[in-house]
Design a protein around this ligand. Structure first.
Ligand code: BES
Ligand code: ZN
Ligand code: ZN
Length: 462
């Protein structure tokens, strides 16, 4: 449970009124003459995130008025976010309770996330919101804990978030929700044929692993999540620049997304047979590092020539996706911080996704709109496939030119998936490059609320 929400004590909570630019004149009429004068004299015009406090008879703060600005569109998860982050510690409630405020209450909580575990002596301040009922509190709480797990895991530096720690997170989650956890570590990967995962991770001091968790009733629809767990991406021998490497602790962001989503799915009890696969490695260098030109026989049997050791995400994922396909799931979702090109195409906030399933794509787009979590479908454009040809192996791990990098990576992954119409690949950034209301700079869950909403709609227990 989050301690930023409660269902009790509404009477001593300070009410927060939200007023749009268009609604200001009418709202003023509902105030006492003294209060209306106060609002006007303070030049409050209900601009976005503008705040004014009203005083009661004893001079106490009797209400907080929040401007929503002009052309405010609802639902907006971030309408209360800037306010929540700046309020003094205390208890607050929403004065206008009529509309469904689940999203804005979620934003209230997400806005107060503070990654302070390495700051000695810093404590988080708590502005608590009174919500409608237990069910609403539970729903927001579950989502928040999933999202904040993603944020934490991405923000924690690699020194404390290596392959072994990813394994520990999954193991603890399995214990908590009665799932079955198994893992294949180090040279055992070679025995099972996971040569691509081993190849990418073998040079690091910390052994590569494939993590596997299974949960839910056997006969339920099968949903498999696959997350890129590159705990640090130095680029391997085709080493990244200093600037390019700086944020690469976040290259396990895909793994963090799938762990967060798995937690939400299990906690809310969706009727699915869930499997979570995470290839967990560090792409580092030493005398036994893999090299440009090496050829890998992958788990599926396809041989891949390594054109660039920095295109390592698709290598670890290709083994995990081939394994995922073996038990013919109804849905495979993979999350990966896969390409810089996805960012060039979409910017940091919009997540491109790839699938051959038109119905799934429409469903995802619908839910993305409903919960205001931006996604955009990109094409698995088959005519580009020959660009992945290698002179000596079945495939190359990069395209031949500088164009369409996110599409080339997605086409590479698709080769390893048995039923691409039941598969979705999300190329996520997992990072907010700047502070925005509700979305503090640093690790972030993206394409998370939309996907959960889609899954809930498709698989909720009837
Ligand atoms: N982890 C990176 C992709 C990345 C970079 C994501 C920056 C977000 C921000 C990935 O492993 C990578 O290095 N991809 C290369 C592929 C290239 C070598 C074909 C890229 O995108 O430049
Ligand atoms: Zn890379
Ligand atoms: Zn990477």
């Amino acid at each position: 449970m989050t301690d930023l929400l409660t269902t009790t004590g509404g009477k001593d909570a300070i009410p927060v009124h939200t007023v749009s630019g268009e609604g200001l004149a009418n709202w003023l009429k509902t105030l006492s003459p003294a209060q209306a004068t106060w609002v006007r004299e303070n030049h409050f015009t209900a601009k976005k995130d503008e705040i004014i406090r009203l005083a009661g008879d004893k001079g106490e703060i009797s209400a907080i008025i929040l401007g929503l600005g002009k052309d405010h569109v609802s639902p907006d998860p971030w309408s209360l976010a800037a306010l929540a982050k700046n309020l003094p510690e205390g208890k607050y409630c929403l004065a206008e309770q009529d509309e469904d405020n689940t999203l804005s209450a979620l934003g209230w909580v997400l806005a107060q996330y503070d990654f302070n575990r390495y700051k000695t002596g810093r404590k988080s301040r708590k502005a608590v919101l009174v919500v409608k009922n237990k069910a609403q509190l539970q729903e927001i709480s579950t989502l928040t804990r999933g999202i904040n797990l993603v944020r934490d895991m991405v923000n924690i530096p690699t020194c404390d978030m290596g392959p072994e720690q990813l394994s520990q997170v999954m193991r603890e989650m399995s214990d908590k929700y009665d799932a079955v956890f198994t893992e294949t570590v180090g040279d055992d990967l070679l025995k099972r044929g996971f040569n691509a995962i081993h190849t990418v991770g073998r040079a690091a001091a910390r052994a590569p692993r494939l993590l596997d968790m299974v949960w839910g009733r056997k006969e339920a629809p099968k949903v498999t999540l696959v997350g890129k767990g590159v705990c640090f991406d130095s680029g391997g021998l085709d080493l990244k620049s200093a600037a390019g490497m700086r944020l690469m602790k976040k290259d396990m962001g895909g793994a963090a997304h799938t762990l967060g989503l798995a937690q939400v799915i299990m906690e809310s009890g969706l009727d699915v047979r869930l499997r979570l696969l995470i290839p967990a490695v560090e792409n580092n260098i030493s005398g036994n590092a893999f090299r440009p030109g090496d050829i890998i026989t992958t788990y599926k049997g396809t041989t891949v020539e390594v054109d660039n050791t920095d295109a390592e995400g698709r290598l670890v994922l290709c083994d995990a996706l081939a394994l995922a396909s073996e038990d013919d799931p109804d849905l495979i979702l993979d999350y990966a911080t896969l390409t810089g090109a996805a960012r060039v195409a979409m910017g940091p906030a919009i997540v491109p996704f790839f699938t051959d399933g038109d119905d799934i794509a429409r469903g995802l787009a619908d839910h993305a709109g409903q919960v205001n979590d931006p996604l955009w479908r990109m094409p698995l454009y088959r005519p580009y496939m020959p660009d992945l040809d290698s002179p000596h192996a079945d495939l190359n791990n990069t395209g031949s030119g500088p164009y369409g990098g996110a599409i080339m990576a997605a086409l590479f992954l698709k080769h390893f998936v048995e039923n691409p119409e039941k598969w979705v690949h999300f190329d996520v950034f997992a990072w907010n490059p700047k502070d925005q209301p509700g979305r503090p700079k640093g690790g972030e869950a993206m394409a998370f609320r939309a996907v959960y909403d889609y899954l809930k709609n498709r698989f909720e227990k009837k």
